[in-house]
Design a protein. Sequence first.
Length: 164
Amino acid sequence: MIFIWAEDQSHGIGYQGRLPWHLPADMAFFKKTTTGHTLLSGARTFQSYGGRPLPHRKNLVLTSQNADQFPGDVVVLPTVEAVLTYERQHPEETLYVSGGAQVFASLMPYVQTLLKTRVDGRYKVDTYMPPIDYSAFKKVSSDTVAVDEHNPVALTFERYERQD
Ligand SMILES: NC(=O)c1ccc[n+]([C@@H]2O[C@H](COP(=O)([O-])OP(=O)(O)OC[C@H]3O[C@@H](n4cnc5c(N)ncnc54)[C@H](OP(=O)(O)O)[C@@H]3O)[C@@H](O)[C@H]2O)c1
């Protein structure tokens, strides 16, 4: 599985149930990367999508709530074990995990690839990326997008692969 997220200089990722920022270049990267694939989110992050699945992706939600609380085209998974079973049973799918913090913490032992956007600023945040042991990973790419009229801060897109 692949984690995909954006964090600011304080490792902040969320504020009041939403993203702390509006960064079109990062949204475009997220959309381009995850479209056509499978996307797992926690119940709170799913609510931040408006409680509807993101289009052109298979949407999975990790939650203890009943499946009938979610739209019918969402796959509801109740436990980490259910996520791992789903991944085993669907080897043809690329599974992106879009957070939030609770879900990243729950799945940290199992992630193979990290797609981190470093947001070169400090925002008002109340949710943080859980600690990552980067010594277990190798950075394989890094691309920086400079400030422009659409993006008020520089972004760096980094990819890490777990070293076995
Ligand atoms: N910057 C980024 O890239 C990024 C990415 C994603 C999210 N965010 C932000 O992060 C914030 C949300 O993060 P969050 O940590 O508060 O919430 P979250 O991880 O999105 O959702 C938490 C909920 O997911 C379910 N859950 C999590 N782990 C579980 C487990 N092991 N087993 C069963 N259910 C589990 C529970 O749902 P139930 O209570 O329903 O059981 C839990 O309340 C928002 O502000 C969002 O905008 C930012």
